[in-house]
Structure formats: structure tokens, C-alpha cells
Ligand binder design. Structure first.
Ligand code: SF4
Length: 320
């Protein structure tokens, strides 16, 4: 993640990105992470550059692509929401510069969450011009389902989310967010969208721990502050990515008690800690998933104490 800063404050955003964030990954830090990835994750399939919105700082994104290519770590794509694609010339110019620097592919986000902030005509322009420059197979549309669906709306205006829900219907929309977007119940998705889904009592989620998510090699992020974020556990730092060997070969849970609790006894253990030590009370409405409960507890804990360095970055909890 080059930055949490984004042009939008989308309701589904796992990382609570928005214009309020200001920091970007420093060049020397990226060089260090690439070096660490080469040494300690030599078999990974590739990395992607994301945000936030990478095109908010095009110079930094271009430089990041160059550094990835120089490092030899396979770079798969850069993500964008296309907010910046106001004209054909600008769109082609920036996509061409990245292509010439060695970027093989682009991922373009398309959804009603993004369409609330970005007129569809910009998204469409991004896709059409990217296809010309990168080739049709190197433009990943996330998701094609919503790309088709949003063709039915006025392309020149932003569509308020509630208007979208009214035209689609709550039940169908909620179903499509899970089926066609893979909505992850973390971050702003639970603070802004949980009313769309059925809630269950906290005890429903006591049956497993989070060791599999913490140790999954499938999808991890390194944020601009060096936090190693496993799976989609936004707001939880497994350690400092400047020293990946400590995370991969040591015990990342040492001196990070909340990680230890989640890895061994899951949200049940976290709830016990929060009730016993921080006067946390479960919501009588219930939760849509274990990560919803987890985030509710963590948000409470960071309001009471800053003693847990694994609950980072702290802004994540106030920008939800
Ligand atoms: S419950 Fe918390 S730690 Fe476990 S997978 Fe969900 S967000 Fe991550």
C-alpha cells in the first residue's frame, strides 16, 4: 500500500482509506521491503501496488513501479479507481508512462461504492484507454459484474449510494456485494454496511481462532508505515516489514498479546480480555461476522489505551 490516502471514502473500504490520510511510503522504505521480499519470500507469485489511490501521487507511483522492476520482484499490477481520468489525453499519458516503465497490467475498480464518488464516464475512459495501451487481457476489472450493471446509469453523474440501493433493492444489492464483489466484513464495510446483513450474537463466532488468517501467505499488505497486515486484518500489525525475517522466522506474537490471543482463542479470547480489563460491552444488535466483532472490540480498546502496538495504524480506527 503506497498510501491510505484516497480520493474517495468508499463505504466498503477495508482499510478505511480517505482524503484525510496524508502519508505516503518513502522510497527508501520501498527499497528495503523489496529487498526483504526477495530474501525472505522468494517464492511469492508477485506483488501489486495499491492504496488508497496510487494516482493521487503519480510521481511516487511511477517511481515505485521503476523500483519494483529494478528489484526483480515480479510486479503484477497497479490498482486505480480511475477518478483522475478526466480527459483522454491525460489518461493515455499516465498509463503510457507506467507501461514504458515496465508495468504489465492495471486493475480498475468498478462498483456502486466507487460510483458514489466517481462518474462512470471516468471509469469507462480508464478501462477503454487502458485496454488500448496494456492489451485487453492485462486490464483487470474489479468487478465486471458491476461494470456491466453501471452502464444503465447516467455516466456523467455520481450515483448516491442510497439511490443505487433503491433502484436495485436492499436484498439483491446485499447479495450482489457478497457474491459479485467478495465484500470483506472488515474496516468501513462493517461500520457503514452492516445494516444490510443479518446479525448474530457474539457467541456465534467463538468456534475458531485466527491463526490461519495470520499465517496465510495468499494475500498480505505492507502499509506506508511498515505495518505487515495479514489477510484482510486491517488495523492489526503483525510486525515491522523492515524486518520480515522476524515475522517469518521468529515469533511475531511475542510482545503482542492481542495477536497471541486472536491466534489461540480467537474473538472469544479477545472479548474476554476487553470485558475483563477495558469494560467492553457487546452490542445487543449482534454482528455480521467474527471480524465485525473483532473490529468493534479493537475500536473500543484503542479508545481506552494505546498500550498495544499491534493495533496500528491508530488513525484507521478514527477514520472508519
Ligand atoms: S477476527 Fe480479527 S484477527 Fe481474526 S481474521 Fe477477522 S479481523 Fe483478522
Amino acid at each position: 500500500m503506497l498510501s491510505y490516502q484516497c480520493s474517495n471514502s468508499c463505504r466498503h473500504c477495508i482499510y478505511a482509506s480517505s482524503p484525510r490520510w496524508k502519508d505516503w511510503m518513502l522510497e527508501q522504505d520501498l527499497i528495503r521491503y523489496l529487498d526483504q521480499i526477495r530474501k525472505y519470500a522468494p517464492n511469492q507469485r508477485g506483488i501489486h501496488l495499491s492504496g488508497g489511490e496510487p494516482f493521487l501521487n503519480f510521481e511516487a507511483t511511477l517511481r515505485a513501479v521503476e523500483l519494483c522492476i529494478e528489484s526483480g520482484v515480479p510486479l503484477q499490477y497497479v490498482e486505480t479507481n480511475g477518478y483522475w481520468c478526466e480527459t483522454n489525453d491525460l489518461t493515455a499519458y499516465q498509463f503510457n508512462l507506467l507501461r514504458e516503465s515496465g508495468l504489465p497490467a492495471i486493475l480498475i475498480s468498478v462498483s456502486p461504492f466507487h460510483n458514489e464518488f466517481i462518474p462512470f464516464e471516468r471509469t469507462n475512459r480508464a478501462i477503454n484507454i487502458a485496454r488500448e495501451i496494456y492489451g485487453p487481457y492485462n486490464v483487470l476489472i474489479y468487478t465486471s459484474y458491476f461494470y456491466q450493471q453501471l452502464q444503465d446509469y447516467n455516466p456523467q453523474t455520481k450515483i448516491p449510494f442510497n439511490r443505487y440501493l433503491n433502484t436495485i433493492g436492499l436484498e439483491k444489492a446485499a447479495h450482489s456485494f457478497v457474491e459479485h464483489y467478495g465484500l470483506v466484513p472488515c474496516g468501513r464495510a462493517v461500520s457503514k454496511l452492516s445494516h444490510l446483513f443479518q446479525k448474530k450474537p457474539a457467541e456465534t463466532f467463538f468456534n475458531n481462532n485466527c491463526l490461519a488468517e495470520f499465517t496465510s501467505p495468499e494475500h498480505i499488505h505492507i502499509d506506508p508505515y511498515g505495518n505487515y497486515i495479514a489477510s484482510f486484518c486491517a488495523g492489526i500489525s503483525l510486525g515491522d516489514a523492515h524486518r520480515l525475517e522476524k515475522i517469518f522466522k521468529g515469533n511475531p506474537f511475542q510482545e503482542r498479546p492481542i495477536l497471541e490471543i486472536l491466534a489461540t482463542s480467537g474473538v472469544e479470547g479477545l472479548l474476554k480480555l476487553a470485558e475483563d480489563q477495558f469494560d467492553f460491552q457487546v452490542s445487543s444488535e449482534g454482528y455480521i461476522a467474527k471480524c465485525h466483532l473483532c473490529q468493534d472490540i479493537r475500536s473500543h480498546i484503542v479508545r481506552v489505551t494505546d498500550q498495544f502496538e499491534e493495533l496500528k495504524p491508530i488513525e484507521f480506527y478514527s477514520y472508519l
